[in-house]
Design a protein around this ligand. Sequence first.
Ligand SMILES: [Zn+2]
Length: 92
Amino acid sequence: MVRDPVCRMEVDPAKTAYSEEGSEFGREGLTYYFCSPMCRSMFLENPRKYLEAGGGVPMGEVNLRVRRMWGMALALVLALMLVGVFLVSRSR
Ligand SMILES: [Zn+2]
C-alpha cells in the first residue's frame, strides 16, 4: 500500500488506474498513485505543493511486488498442470 499524496489515503498500486511518473516533475524513478481522477488532477494542477509533502514509491519496489505476483501465478499454473496430468494418467 502507498499513500495518495493529495488526500493521504492508502492506495493499492495494483488496483488504482490513476498514477503519474515522477520523472515528469523532476522525481526520477518514483511513481505517484491516486485514489481517484480528482486527486490526480489536483496533483497535476500543483504537483510541487504535494511533492514537498513526500509520497511516491520507488519504481523498483512496485516491480518487485509485480514480480512476486507473477511468481505466484506461475506456481498456480504449474500446480494445475500437475493435477491435470495426474487426472489424465488415472483415467487411463
Ligand atoms: Zn485521493
